[in-house]
Design a protein around this ligand. Structure first.
Ligand code: SAM
Length: 284
């Protein structure tokens, strides 16, 4: 059967290279090239960007990115079995696909990329959240990337875009929305993948802001939100007791009722609290 890029169908690629999915590597492959091209288009700006793709597997999303006109794609894949399949794609797109066989948690991709850079990936579930947090907390802001277009388990995607007073609202939402505009652009049923996972998946598109949405120091904000959400059912005057002896006064000074719970406080409120806590700590 003909494919949109003239390369063999992904089912044949998997058979030829004997790519039996390994659960421990989070391998759930997308085999529908129309779907991978659609995910690629959701990233936007492909023609003028270098793309970092983590975990290309047999290359379904990689092919989507290239067929949709990505300037260059750098893929980092941990499983050496996938490399020959990826090399066949590289030959079909001379000079546009670079393959690194390694662990995305250890490889410094930035050395191989030229701005503007977009990250597009169907992430391995076991390292997806860790990679996202790393991309959101670089030493300096703005980061090396302009946007992240990432597939997660749907529940993780909901935690990234969640608003206050909702079930999934927490530290991930605050961190992501402090530094990015974040939205879910696609929801996929388990049957879209081979093998099918147990749960639905969703693609989140995050566009970085030039500066954080409200001023605050990252470590202070992360420390406060960790304390607040680790005991999310407690009132803030209790969950944040260890932060300062006069925590009720500090909360009142930024118009947060000390009896409120973490999930009722929006990003602006947490940033204001981080600033007064830091000011008091510096004055001591
Ligand atoms: N992108 C492909 C697709 O959409 O069909 C495969 C996605 S699959 C969910 C995740 C891929 O990430 C697998 O190919 C797996 O081998 C790879 N992987 C897992 N852990 C990795 C790591 N630490 N660094 C790089 N790749 C990793």
């Amino acid at each position: 059967m003909a494919t949109i890029d003239g390369l063999p169908p992904l089912r044949d690629v998997i058979r030829t290279h004997d790519l039996v999915a390994k659960k421990q590597l989070g391998q759930n492959f997308l085999l529908d090239l129309n779907l991978t091209a659609k995910i690629a288009r959701a990233a936007g700006g492909l023609a003028e960007s270098d793309i970092l793709e983590v975990g290309p597997g047999p290359g379904g999303l990689t092919r989507g990115l290239l067929v949709e006109g990505a300037r260059r794609v750098l893929v980092i894949e941990k499983d050496p079995r996938c490399v020959p399949a990826l090399e066949e794609i590289s030959q079909a797109y001379p000079g546009r696909l670079q393959i690194i066989n390694g662990d995305a948690l250890e490889v410094d991709a930035t050395a191989h990329l030229t701005a503007p850079i977009r990250v597009v990936a169907n992430l391995p579930y076991n390292v997806g959240t860790e990679l996202l947090i790393r991309w959101l907390t670089p030493k300096i802001w703005p980061p090396f990337w302009d946007s992240l277009t990432l597939m997660f388990q749907k529940e993780v995607a909901e935690r990234i875009v969640a608003k206050p007073r909702t079930e999934h609202y927490g530290r991930l939402a605050l961190l992501a929305q402090w530094r990015c505009d974040a939205k879910i652009v696609m929801v996929l049923p388990p049957e879209a993948f081979t093998p099918a996972p147990k749960v639905h998946s969703a693609v989140v598109h995050l566009t970085r802001l030039p500066e954080c949405r409200y001023p605050a120091t990252e470590q202070v904000l992360l420390r406060i939100t960790a304390m607040a959400f680790n005991q999310r059912r407690k009132m803030l005057r209790s969950s944040l007791k260890g932060l300062a002896p006069n925590i009720e006064d500090l909360l009142n000074s930024v118009n947060i009722p000390p009896t409120a719970r973490a999930e009722e406080i929006d990003l602006q409120g947490f940033c204001a609290l981080a600033r007064v806590v830091e000011a008091q700590e510096k004055a001591r």
